[in-house]
Design a protein around this ligand. Structure first.
Ligand code: NAI
Length: 329
């Protein structure tokens, strides 16, 4: 079977080449993202493998179908960038990697919290320049603080366990409650109460019509003054304009994001010599209490191994007409 891997970076290639000989596929790597303009690169391939910022809308699906593509294999968990209905209409199967390493993302959320709080990124630069002053480096004890978790699936649950270890009170909102987490002392509350009571708010729910822009002017107004907001889930959970206003008003004390609504034009690329046209990210970068990482929460060796193996196994199951356990229906 011939597979086209889109949005491919050298590290993706390294991992697919590591496992390639266990499978008998002809893999081609394309740096381009897959969208309606690049869909013709799929001619001659039965399967395309995509990542978080490929845009598989109705038109792209139509073109993939015309080119003979039968399978879209996401090498990620979230699938908000694929028009699954359109794929179904064109008899194209869509599979994903539902779980690869919840601790990887949970631990990165923790890294954002600790860095924003204790300002280790600033201290590192200061000390290297011979500046041993503590001015403006003051943080707060996490122990005893209330941490709100929205979405307590695989990643949210892993995050609850980590943050519990810091001595925090953990409150949560999810459309379905986890008995395991309740037994560990996590308290489920209505969403607005989670907004009202949290010192730190961490987002771990998927992006869909119910969660789109859930962090907005109205929800920010409910939050504590100086709240810390962490988003390692999907950029569009946050209304960026409203968050910038919250930061300007000092209502939001800290913002840590690994994802950003307009990230497909920026993330994963070296734009250090470019003139960045996205004014919102430039504004966010101007705040001393904002920390942005470039969708790297998943990026551990363990997660990359798991993503690659599951993707290849998904393709193998499709090729052998076996049940597609990771199909998005
Ligand atoms: P999951 O499916 O295990 O958990 C999602 C949870 O959100 C479920 O418990 C579900 O009931 C809950 N949920 C659904 N709708 C909700 C709503 N309206 N309000 C509150 N909760 C709701 O997914 P998992 O693996 O925990 O991943 C969560 C998200 O993390 C993914 O959707 C993806 O967007 C993001 N992600 C980010 C990565 C990164 O590198 N930054 C890597 C992997 C995932």
């Amino acid at each position: 079977m011939k597979i086209a891997i889109f949005s491919s970076k050298t590290y993706d290639q390294d991992y697919f080449e590591k496992y390639e000989e266990d499978y008998n596929y002809k893999i081609s790597f394309f740096e381009a993202a897959l969208n309606k303009d690049t869909a013709n690169l799929s001619i001659g391939f039965e399967a395309v493998c995509i990542f978080v910022n490929d845009n598989i809308d109705k038109e792209t699906i139509k073109r993939l179908s015309k080119n003979g593509v039968k399978l879209i294999a996401l090498r990620c968990a979230g699938f908000n960038n694929v028009d699954v209905e359109a794929a179904k209409e064109h008899d194209i199967k869509v599979v994903r990697v539902p779980v690869y390493s919840p601790p990887a993302v949970a631990e990165h959320s923790m890294a954002l919290i600790l860095t924003l709080n204790r300002k280790t990124h600033k201290a590192y630069n200061r000390v290297r320049e011979g500046n041993f002053s503590l001015k403006n480096l003051i943080g707060f004890n996490l122990s005893g603080k209330t941490v709100g978790v929205i979405g307590t699936g695989q990643i949210g649950a892993a995050f609850c366990k980590v943050i519990k270890g810091f001595g925090c009170k953990v409150i949560a909102f999810d459309i379905s409650k986890s008995d395991e987490l309740m037994n560990l002392g996590v308290e489920y509350l209505p969403l607005d109460d989670v907004f009202r009571q949290s010192d730190v708010l961490s987002l771990h729910c998927p992006l869909n019509t119910h969660t789109h822009h859930m962090i907005n002017k109205k929800s920010i107004a409910l939050m504590k003054n100086g709240v810390m907001i962490i988003n390692t889930s999907r950029g569009a959970l946050i209304n960026t304009v409203d968050v910038i206003e919250g930061l300007s008003d000092r209502k939001i004390g800290y913002l840590g994001i690994d994802v950003y609504e307009q990230e497909e034009n920026l993330f994963f690329e070296d734009l250090s010599e470019s003139i960045i046209q996205d004014d919102l990210i430039l504004r966010l970068n101007g705040f001393p209490n904002v920390l942005i990482t470039s969708h790297q929460a998943y990026f551990t060796k363990e997660a990359m191994d798991q993503i690659t193996i599951t993707t290849l196994e998904n393709i193998k199951a499709f090729e052998n007409h076996l049940e597609l356990t990771n199909e998005i229906k």
